[in-house]
Design a protein around this ligand. Structure first.
Ligand code: PLP
Length: 456
């Protein structure tokens, strides 16, 4: 018998995780090593420390320690907005008429509006500890840049953000939040970097892409003394920091004897999904419990469901380490009509490997159906969800409706990664009926897959 479950479950401060969980330690077959793009050999700690902070480079390479202590300074910051609540979606269950029990872990309770702050504060902390002057990064929809500017202002670090051009133009208020926290924001591609100038000369009308903004940010870091590049998703270090989501969710579930059957997350670069599922996956890998894990991606940018498992560049500038992952190719640019975030061409190496081993399932959903689910959720549960998060909402509703047909009382847990207040341009398109569901053809995908690097 499960106990009486409140609408919102909050852990107490002394129940908050004091260590992150590194799922790679419990994987029999590990993700493939990251390679140096210059010689195709596995990256060493020294080589990796040129691009990333040393401690973060060490975390990137660590596949043996299951638990890594969260430094006290980071825990102090987490206290400002954590624990994040685990919410029982009673109103949604009732509206759907489903026997399923639906829970969501809500990560939108901070000014940046998403889970990205969990890793931003960790990355800023290690940069400060190393005595750096500042960090550079890219931002697509803007959540990562906002989170990083908050984290940098807390630790008094300089923050240079390259923001994908279409989003820079569509979301002026995101930009202002970043500037309010002291960040320097540049639309990408820009003429402030070599790679930016090259892309602009080849594609003068480009809306920009995450891969391209990453390349600019990496170039800006490598070219400035005392700067490092930091990345908001995809990397294993980011999944590690995001495990705080799953650890809290698991502690809340255990406390109330909640046993999820299905765990769902939206998948852009894979960090919230990886963070949410990691501790549960750990139990599954050790044979202590079983779960179905579902990654949800947009039909317009489908690295898991239509991509190839191969070594690829994390950035279009081909500077970052090569990573074996499900990818559409680093030259893939999602259609400009795709409004709903999750535009990245590849997927976390950890998530990719788990998916390849059949431990995670993946589905893709079309953007109008995502906004339909988002609107429904906003009206029923009150929170206006981020478009990214709404991919998970859509899949959770679909699973709950399947339970309605079969009469199964499954327990569904999904990640509600953030709020959508800065995404009203996309909501406007949906409300006006001008949103389209463009899906790339096989030929379009093959064009970028054909350009994958050859690794012997
Ligand atoms: C960035 C972001 C995502 C997608 O990134 P992942 O690394 O796949 O988690 C999802 N939701 C929100 C609100 C985001 O800001």
């Amino acid at each position: 018998m499960s106990k009486n479950i409140p609408y919102k479950i909050y852990l107490k401060e002394d129940e908050l995780p004091k260590q992150w969980y590194n799922v790679r330690a419990d994987m029999q077959k590990k993700p493939a090593p990251i390679l140096n793009p210059k010689n195709g050999k596995p990256m060493t700690l020294d080589e990796l420390s040129v691009v990333f902070c040393r401690e973060l480079a060490a975390q990137e390479l660590n596949e043996t320690d299951p638990y890594i202590d969260i430094p006290g300074e980071i825990i102090d910051f987490y206290r400002m907005y954590r624990p994040a609540p685990l919410v029982r979606a009673y109103y949604l269950e009732k509206a759907l008429g489903t026997p399923a029990k639906i829970y969501y872990k809500f990560e939108g309770n901070n000014t940046s509006g998403s889970h990205k702050l969990n890793s931003a504060i960790a990355q800023a902390y290690y940069a400060k500890k190393q005595g750096l002057k500042g960090v550079t990064t890219e931002t697509g929809a803007g959540q990562w840049g906002t989170a990083l500017s908050m984290a940098c202002s807390y630790f008094d670090l300089d923050c240079k953000v390259y923001m994908v051009k279409c989003s820079y133009e569509q979301k002026p208020f995101r930009r202002e939040v970043m500037r309010t926290y002291g960040a320097n924001v540049t639309p990408s591609p820009s003429n402030t970097t070599e790679i930016g100038r090259k892309i602009l000369s080849e594609y003068p009308d480009t809306n920009g892409s995450l891969g391209c903004a990453i390349s600019e940010a990496v170039e800006a870091a490598v070219g400035h003394e005392g700067y490092r590049y930091v990345l908001g998703s995809v990397l294993s270090q980011v999944l590690l920091h995001q495990s705080v989501i799953g650890l809290e969710a698991m502690a809340a579930c255990d406390k109330y004897e909640i046993k999820p059957d299905i765990i769902i997350g939206c998948a852009g670069g894979g960090s919230n999904l990886g963070g949410l599922i990691s501790p549960f996956m750990g139990r599954k890998l050790k044979g202590e419990a079983d779960y179905r894990f579902i990654a949800v991606e947009p039909a317009s940018c489908t690295s898991l469901t239509r991509g190839t498992y191969a070594y690829d560049y994390c950035d279009t500038g081909m500077i970052c380490p090569l990573q074996k992952m499900y990818t559409l190719g680093s030259s893939f640019m999602p259609s400009a009509s795709h409004a709903g975030g999750l535009r990245y061409h590849g997927m976390s190496a950890v998530v990719s490997e788990l998916y390849d081993q059949g431990l995670i399932e993946a589905v893709s959903v079309e953007q109008t159906s995502v906004f339909e689910a988002a609107t429904r959720f906003a009206r029923i549960e009150g929170t206006l969800p981020a478009p990214e998060s709404s991919h998970a909402i859509k899949a959770a509703i679909d699973e709950a409706l399947k339970c309605k047909e079969t009469g199964e009382e499954k327990t569904i847990l999904f990640g509600l990664t953030g709020t959508g207040y800065f995404d009203m341009y996309a909501y406007q398109q949906y409300n006006d009926g001008t949103m389209s569901d463009y899906i790339p053809t096989d030929e379009e995908i093959m064009k970028s897959i054909d350009k994958l690097p050859e690794i012997k």
